[in-house]
Design a protein around this ligand. Structure first.
Ligand SMILES: [Zn+2]
Length: 318
């Protein structure tokens, strides 16, 4: 159906898509039990949405509810989720939105609990597709506080974290809304790995971010915010892997280590005094690493690195 130049899904298409997205949401672990909700417009003032008290992975079409955007139920025997209020507010605040998804993905929700917005310029796709994702202030689920908390972001961003609760996204169709939910969880996971497990992030420079924003504009994405960027380029040099490093005393071809910090085995090359790092994860400067690391040691060092990263990932997830 097309109304005033805007194309809408049919009732059949919307219901089928909601069931499809519900299954994906459940299978990806974005929701537990009966959590989460989905809605999709079928006209300027009408939506289909998910019922309360049902797992989103096991819904059937007869469970879905048709409503107008003022909250009046038009069709369906089940009760809509009390959280549909925030969906209705999104539609009212931004008439261009055609669908809304809400879930509690593990990592994104953990950021929401910590009160940390997703706004570091570290991932090109996230800058282009999402921008920054703020944390809306805490609101009691099911109350009018929730729509009020998200309203300020609906026209300027593509999604929001709900403090101590979960994530909410919207889009020009139901798939874009869901992909943004996926992207938020992916972005949050990258931020957790780099910021809290690996412990290092090379921020994109402001110039690099500006180029990504140009691409975002050309893609027709008009909202999203701009994550903070680095004034300097920190990623403008090639990074040579430890296995490719040629010990300085050996002759023959091979890349020479420049500007790369190597991790070496504990005990073999104690960390230099005053570097502030431990023997286990001690890091040497490029020239020191070049002198110290032999081919055999490098192989063992790689195993140590992998074991250390796995240990930190397990620690981070437990
Ligand atoms: Zn929720």
């Amino acid at each position: 159906m097309t109304v005033q130049g805007v194309k809408y899904m049919s009732d059949f298409e919307a219901k089928k898509a909601i069931l499809d997205i519900g299954r994906r949401m459940y299978e990806k672990g974005f929701v537990a039990s009966n959590d989460g909700n989905i809605s999709c417009k079928v006209g300027p003032n009408t939506i289909w949405t998910t019922p309360t008290g049902v797992s989103k992975g096991f819904m059937t079409q007869d469970m879905l509810v048709k409503m107008d955007i003022n909250g009046k139920v038009l069709m369906g025997k089940w009760r809509p989720s009390s959280e549909v209020k925030m969906h209705l507010r999104v539609y009212k605040e931004n008439p261009d939105v055609q669908a809304v998804t809400h879930a509690h993905p593990l990592v994104a929700t953990s950021f929401a609990i910590a009160g940390i917005s997703l706004d570091a310029a570290v991932l090109t796709e996230a800058v282009m597709g999402l921008g920054s994702i703020p944390v809306a202030k805490y609101a009691t689920p099911g109350t009018d506080e929730v729509p009020d908390s998200i309203a300020p972001f609906v026209n300027t961003h593509n999604g929001v974290l709900l403090a101590n609760h979960g994530a909410l996204t919207w889009g020009k169709d139901i798939y874009q809304a869901f992909y943004r939910l996926e992207s938020i969880e992916y972005y949050a996971t990258i931020l957790m790995y780099t910021g809290n497990i690996i412990g290092r992030q090379n921020l994109l420079s402001c110039d690099q971010v500006n180029k990504l924003l140009d691409i975002r504009h050309k893609l027709g994405i008009t909202a999203g915010g701009i994550p903070p960027c680095s004034p300097e380029e920190t990623n403008a040099k090639d990074v040579v892997s430890a296995a490719d490093i040629r010990p300085a005393e050996q002759s023959g071809p091979g890349p020479v280590l420049k500007g790369v910090t190597s991790i070496v085995r504990p005990g073999e090359n104690p960390a230099p005094a005053g570097c502030g790092c431990s023997g286990t994860s001690g890091r040497l400067t490029a020239s020191e690493g070049q002198k110290a690391i032999g081919a055999e040691a490098l192989g063992k060092a790689k195993e140590e690195i992998i074991a250390e990263v796995v240990r930190r990932v397990i620690e981070g997830l437990s």
